[in-house]
Each structure stands twice: as C-alpha cells, then as structure tokens.
Design a protein around this ligand. Structure first.
Ligand SMILES: Cc1ncc(COP(=O)(O)O)c(C=O)c1O
Length: 229
C-alpha cells in the first residue's frame, strides 16, 4: 500500500527512481501494489512524476483515484483502475458487506464531470492551494524558530513540521489548541495510535490566506517559546 504523491500526513512525494526500485522488488517477489493517489492531481510546483500504474507492464498495480480532494470534501467517490479479476473480487466483497456506494453521490459526480471543464477546475484548485501553501511557508519563515523544520510541499494539502527532540510536543500541542490554532499530532497517524514522535501535520486547505498567516504567526511565536529563536 503506497501513497506516492503528496502523502498523507507528511505531504512528501516519492521520486521516480524509488518508484522504479519498489516496482522491481514487487516484480521479483510477485507482490501486488495498491497505489492510493487522491492528491496526485493537485500538483502546484515541481515536475510531474509518473504513477506506478503508468509503467505497470505486469498488471500488478491497482490505482485508486478520488474526487473527494478535487471536487468536494466529503464526497467519498473515487475509482479503481487495475486488473479486472481483482476489481471484480473487491466488488463482490463490497456488495456482500457494505452494500454499494450511494448512487446519489455517484450521480452527482458523473453529472458534474459531464458538465464542467474538469481540467480547468483542477487548474483553479492548484492555484488556490499554491497561494495558501505559499502563505503558510512565508509566515513560517517569518515567525517560526530556526530549530523547527517544515517540509516544502509541491502539491496536495499538507506540510509536516518537525520539532527538536527535547521539546514536549504534548505541551506544545495544548498551547496551540489554547490559542485556537489547529494542528495534528503525528501520533494520530501511527498504526498503533500512540506513537511518540516529534512532528505535526499542518493543513492549508480550509482556512483563508489571512487565517493561515495569523495562525502561523501564533504558532511561530509558540515555536520560539518552546524551542528558542
Ligand atoms: C491517502 C488517502 N487515501 C484516501 C483518502 C480518502 O479518499 P476518499 O474520500 O475517496 O475515500 C484520503 C483522505 O480522505 C487519503 O488521505
């Protein structure tokens, strides 16, 4: 299971060489790859990197796309592209357990795709998130402690902030919450749900540029309080 583009939660992207290496390993040991790519269309910087599916000569990749990140949050309508026998098995299992996806939301998506220029819409989504991401990075550079590291997203919805090891991240999190700045502890994404870790996921999607700048000013001041200049 891989999220090669603008991964959730870190926002980072897997380089082509690594994709090729992983594909070669999958090929050698006859493994199947589930390529989860709901953020791939939201690239706003850097070069496009080919998907696993695009060089899948052995039909061992199941590619999952989504409209939840590009048309509307909460839609939960996406698609699978891959070996028919795998998709048929998933379909049978899903129909026998959770029933089918609600038809209403599927019809909404089908109708929207039939009536709008999806590529032009994506351009707009990229533009909006690029502006918001830049606001977040600029404010971080201006206000945050030099001891704290932040990734430079080239797409998607998230940046990943890593704190020095000596900082009490639970206390830092509470201080952010007290000032109405919402960030997510890395432990929330750990498989065991209780990872320690010294990082946070920051999202730049919902708040306005003004809110992002204000939030990052508050967060930046807190990083200096907890980590020093
Ligand atoms: C990596 C990843 N895959 C899948 C999803 C969910 O996609 P969908 O809304 O199509 O179920 C999310 C987030 O909601 C996600 O971060």
């Amino acid at each position: 299971y891989l999220i090669p583009n603008f991964q959730n939660p870190t926002g980072i992207t897997m380089p082509l060489e690594r994709r090729k290496e992983i594909y070669a390993i999958a090929s050698k040991y006859d493994l199947f790859i589930y390529e989860d790519d709901p953020y791939g269309e939201i690239r706003f910087a850097g070069e496009y990197i080919p998907t696993f599916k695009s060089f899948d000569t052995e039909n061992r990749v199941l590619y999952a796309g989504s409209y939840s990140k590009t048309l509307s949050a909460g839609l939960r309508v996406g698609f699978l592209f891959g070996p028919a026998k795998v998709i048929e098995a998933i379909q049978a299992l899903k129909n026998n357990t959770a029933g089918q996806m609600p038809l209403v939301t599927q019809k909404v998506v089908a109708n929207v795709l039939d009536t709008i220029d999806y590529d032009a819409h994506l351009e707009n989504v990229r533009k909006v998130y690029k502006t918001k991401c830049e606001a977040l990075l600029n404010a971080f550079n201006k206000y945050a402690s030099s001891k704290v590291k932040l990734t430079q997203p080239t797409g998607g919805m998230f940046a990943w902030m890593t704190m020095p090891i000596e900082v009490n991240c639970d206390e830092f999190f509470e201080a952010c919450m007290d000032r109405n700045v919402g960030i997510i502890k890395c432990g929330a994404f750990a498989a065991d749900g209780a990872g320690e870790g010294h990082a946070f996921r920051l999202s730049y999607t919902v708040p306005t540029v003004e809110e992002i700048t204000k939030g990052m000013e508050i967060l930046g001041a807190l990083t200096k309080e907890f980590c020093g200049e």
